[in-house]
Design a protein around this ligand. Structure first.
Ligand SMILES: [Zn+2]
Length: 400
């Protein structure tokens, strides 16, 4: 009987203790909750008033009170970086990286963001130091990729090759899913890094890369180096492989390619071969180069008939320009225009002159990623720094 009475006393006591404990916890939480919003709202207020430095101080207080609020700091730092206020982004991330009371993972993340800030600010040597320090952390693979980007920005192609191979050597299970998809991109980049060096040894290494042997740029460089050493047979062999693999990449250098055929004493064969490339991947650059060679081989009427036929099949401003240039180049102006009506006639030179501004606009090459336009074909886009993002077709042909 006495045993049951003890139970009756203990139960209310436990209930009372639980109630007091809950009250104490609530009081503490409400005290912190009162302190936190003050700092948050102060920081927000400063941000809204564009007093960024005071906002940083206020948000530093938030992290001091609540280390879990580090995410707020990262968001703030990244906001500053995106707005181009890199000095403020650096201050925020330096503060986080130096907080020894924060978890190591958070400090590593802060170091990584700091590296991104330095990159954005153009302080490449500092960014390199930060990413090198992260080599033994959980962010090692991302940091290694950033070092690769830095070598590329500095156009240090030999170092970029080494870093590229190091990145490819990272076991695939250590890569994040997005990084795994980049393996192909990095492989392609290494081919370009070798090609940028432009030496026979680098070219051999590029060809040895996966997919390097039939890479358009490797084949183009092979032909050019062969031409430089006077081995036109080797140059033509490389052009023919490229013509089979990706004929459109011959378009930007079509005239040089036909020059190689002519210098080898095989121009007629070369014209037939280029016509075949043009049938598979039509381009006005092919039309221009073929028309010129036909003029030399078969005379004006034959070249003109061929160019007219091409223009009828694939009308384009560049095709028309090629036809007019052909006529103008082959016939002296005084013979092509009636001398009496020369001043009022819409002569071919005048048409070409009128066409020129529009032609210059559509005869450019465009990056399909960032829209950069240039008169030269670029393997490495000067706008977005991507590789092989510029179309070997002229703008007019992309739009058409
Ligand atoms: Zn671009």
């Amino acid at each position: 009987m006495e045993f049951e009475l003890w139970w009756l006393l203990i139960l209310p006591l436990l209930f009372a203790l639980g109630w007091f404990a809950a009250r104490a916890d609530l009081r503490q939480q409400s005290t912190e909750a009162r302190r936190l919003p003050d700092a948050y709202f102060r920081g927000l207020n400063y941000l809204l008033n564009e007093e960024s430095d005071r906002a940083i101080d206020a948000f530093v207080d938030v992290v001091r009170l609540d280390p879990e609020a580090a995410e707020l700091h990262f968001a703030l730092g990244n906001l500053f970086r995106r707005r181009g206020e890199t000095d403020r982004a650096i201050r925020v991330h330096e503060h986080l990286a130096g907080r020894m009371d924060l978890a190591e993972k958070v400090r590593d993340q802060a170091q990584y963001e700091l590296g991104q800030d330095y990159l954005k600010a153009g302080l490449l040597d500092r960014a390199e130091q930060v990413f090198t320090r992260l080599a033994s952390t959980g962010l090692a693979t991302r940091a290694a990729f950033c070092r690769l980007e830095i070598a590329q920005t500095e156009r240090d192609w030999a170092r970029a090759v080494v870093l590229g191979h190091e990145w490819l050597a990272i076991p695939i299970e250590r890569l994040e899913i997005a990084e795994r998809e980049q393996r192909q991109v990095v492989t392609q980049r290494i081919v370009h890094f070798y090609c940028e060096q432009g030496t026979p040894a680098a070219l051999l290494a590029a060809a040895a890369m996966p997919e390097g042997e039939h890479h358009p740029r490797v084949l183009q460089l092979t032909a050019e180096l062969a031409r430089q050493r006077g081995d036109l047979a080797a140059a033509l062999a490389a052009w023919m492989v490229l013509g089979k693999a990706a004929p459109i990449y011959i378009a930007p250098v079509a005239q040089q390619v036909l020059d190689d055929w002519r210098n080898a004493g095989r121009l007629e064969e070369g014209v037939h071969w280029l016509e075949d490339c043009h049938q598979r991947e039509p381009s006005s650059d092919f039309v221009q180069a073929i028309a010129r060679s036909k003029l030399a081989l078969d005379g004006l009427s034959s070249a003109q008939a061929w160019a007219t036929q091409e223009l009828t099949e694939r009308p384009s401003l560049q095709g028309l320009e090629s036809l007019l240039a052909l006529r103008e180049g082959a016939l002296p102006i005084e013979h092509s225009v009636d001398a009496e009506s020369a001043s009022s006639a819409l002569s071919e030179p005048l048409i070409r002159q009128l066409m020129r501004p529009q032609l210059q606009r559509v005869a450019r090459y465009r990056c399909l990623q960032c829209g950069f336009e240039g008169r030269q074909f670029h393997w490495h886009c000067p706008g977005c720094q991507r590789w092989a993002s510029c179309s070997p077709r002229r703008i007019e042909e992309i739009q058409g």
